[in-house]
Ligand binder design. Structure first.
Ligand code: GAL
Length: 401
C-alpha cells in the first residue's frame, strides 16, 4: 500500500481483528440467549421435587427444609425421580450496602443449605419476584436482577421460581415478557444452569411466550390450594388445549400437588396424580415429607404412573372424549403405546369406556393397569372400568398389529 506506514497497517489489522472477535463474541452471546446456552439441557422431562409453600407458608426455616430434603431420600421419593428441594417465599432478609440480598434469620446459611441438599444428591430451588416485593412482602429482585442471579449461583441454586406479585406496580402487562427475559439473561450470565419457573398465574397467555423468554415451566393458573377438589379439578382439566405449547425443556405448570395435605380424599388425590402425569406437568409434592402416611407415599411414588409423566417423548396429553362429568384423556408415549386416563368428576361411581377409535387405536390392544401394575389382557374396540366418585383409572394401551 503506497504511502501507508507499517504501523498503520498493523493498527488497521488489529482494529479489524478486534472488531471481528467482538462481533463473534456478540454473535455468540446472542446465540446463547436464543438457544438458552447452558440452559438447553434442563427440564427435558417435567421437573420433579418438593416445594415448601403449602405445608409451611412463611413459617418455613432451614431446619424444615433440611428435614424434608432428608425425607425425600429416606422415603424413596428420590429413587422415584424427585430431585428439586424448592424454598418458596419468605427466605429473604435485607440487602447490604452494595445491594446484595441476604437471607433472613430463619435461613442462617444458604450456601451451607445448598451444600447439604447437593450432598444428598438433590437440587436446590429458590424463589423471587421481578417486582420490588414478593407476594408475602419480602424483598424482590426489581433492579437487582443480575446481583440476585449471581448470589443464587454462589449459593448453588439449580431452580428459580420467579413470581410476578408486586411487579404489577412497576411494570405494565406489555412489559411482562421483558421483565421475565431480564432475569433469564441474568441467569445465563452467571453461567450456572437453573431451571427457570415463571409464576404469573397464566396472565397474558404465558404459554404462548414462556419458552421464548427462557422459561422451562410456567404456571398456567392461579394458586391451586385452599379449595380441595373443586379447584384442583377446575385447574387440572382446564389445561386441555394447552398441549401444543409443552415439550422437552418447556412445560405448562398447573401448580403444586395437593397430595397428603389433607385437602383431598384418596380418589381425589389419585385423580390429581393421574391428571398431572397425563398432562406431563411438573410433579412438585407440597406435603410434609417427614410425616407422610403410606397411602400418600404410594400415590406419590407409583413408578408406572410417574413414567407416563416422565416419558421421553414429552407430549402433553389431551381430552379425547367427554360426556358431562366423565372424561377420557390420552397421552402418546415413546415406543408407540398410549397412556389413557378415565376420570369420573361426578359424585357416584360409574362405568366409563375408552373406545379405541377415540384414542387412535385401530385394532386389538394389550391393556395394562398402571396404578395396579397389572396386565389386564387383550381387548377389542375399547376398555371399560368402574371409576369411583371423583376418581380416576389409568392404563397403557398397546396396539397389536
Ligand atoms: C403466590 C404463588 C404461590 C406462592 C406464594 C408465595 O403468588 O402463586 O405459589 O409462591 O405466592 O407468597
Amino acid at each position: 500500500m503506497p504511502g501507508t506506514r507499517t504501523s498503520d497497517v498493523k493498527s488497521f489489522t488489529t482494529l479489524w481483528l478486534t472488531l471481528l472477535s467482538a462481533g463473534l463474541v456478540i454473535a455468540g452471546a446472542a446465540r446463547a440467549v436464543a438457544s438458552g446456552g447452558p440452559q438447553t439441557q434442563l427440564a427435558l422431562t417435567p421437573p420433579m421435587g418438593w416445594n415448601d409453600w403449602y405445608q409451611y407458608e412463611c413459617k418455613v426455616d432451614e431446619k424444615a427444609v433440611k428435614a424434608n430434603a432428608a425425607a425425600l431420600v429416606s422415603s424413596g421419593m428420590k429413587a422415584a425421580g424427585y430431585r428439586y428441594v424448592n424454598i418458596d417465599d419468605c427466605w429473604q432478609g435485607q440487602r447490604d450496602a452494595n445491594g446484595f440480598i441476604h437471607s433472613n434469620s430463619r435461613f442462617p446459611d444458604m450456601k451451607g443449605l445448598g451444600d447439604y441438599i447437593h450432598g444428598l444428591g438433590l437440587q436446590f430451588g429458590i424463589y423471587s419476584s421481578p417486582g420490588p416485593k414478593t407476594c408475602a412482602g419480602y424483598e424482590g429482585s426489581y433492579t437487582h436482577e443480575q446481583q440476585d442471579a449471581e448470589t443464587y449461583a454462589r449459593w448453588g441454586v439449580d431452580f428459580l421460581k420467579y413470581d410476578w406479585c408486586s411487579a404489577s406496580q412497576v411494570y405494565s402487562p406489555d412489559q411482562m415478557q421483558a421483565a421475565y427475559r431480564k432475569m433469564y439473561e441474568a441467569i445465563l450470565k452467571t453461567g450456572r444452569p437453573m431451571v427457570y419457573s415463571l409464576c404469573q398465574y397464566g396472565l397474558e397467555a404465558v404459554w404462548r411466550w414462556g419458552a421464548s423468554v427462557g422459561g422451562n415451566v410456567w404456571r398456567t393458573t392461579d394458586d391451586i390450594g385452599g379449595d380441595g377438589y373443586a379447584r384442583v379439578s377446575m385447574f387440572g382439566f382446564q389445561q386441555n388445549g394447552l398441549e401444543k405449547f409443552a415439550g422437552p425443556g418447556h412445560w405448562n405448570d398447573p401448580d403444586i400437588l395437593q397430595i397428603g395435605l389433607g385437602q383431598l380424599n384418596f380418589d381425589e388425590e389419585k385423580t390429581q396424580m393421574t391428571l398431572w402425569c397425563i398432562l406431563a406437568a411438573p410433579l412438585l409434592a407440597g406435603n410434609d415429607l417427614t410425616h407422610m402416611g403410606q397411602q400418600t407415599l404410594s400415590l406419590l411414588t407409583s413408578a408406572e404412573v410417574i413414567a407416563v409423566d416422565q416419558d421421553p417423548k414429552g407430549v402433553q396429553g389431551q381430552r379425547v372424549w367427554q360426556e358431562g362429568p366423565f372424561e377420557v384423556w390420552v397421552k402418546p408415549l415413546a415406543g408407540g403405546s398410549k397412556a389413557v386416563a378415565l376420570f369420573n368428576r361426578s359424585l357416584s361411581a360409574l362405568t366409563i369406556t375408552a373406545r379405541f377409535g377415540d384414542i387412535g387405536v385401530h385394532d386389538r390392544a394389550e391393556v395394562r393397569d398402571l396404578w395396579a401394575r397389572k396386565d389386564l389382557g387383550v381387548f377389542n374396540d375399547g376398555f371399560t372400568a368402574k371409576v369411583p366418585p371423583h376418581g380416576a383409572a389409568m392404563v397403557r394401551v398397546k396396539e397389536i398389529r
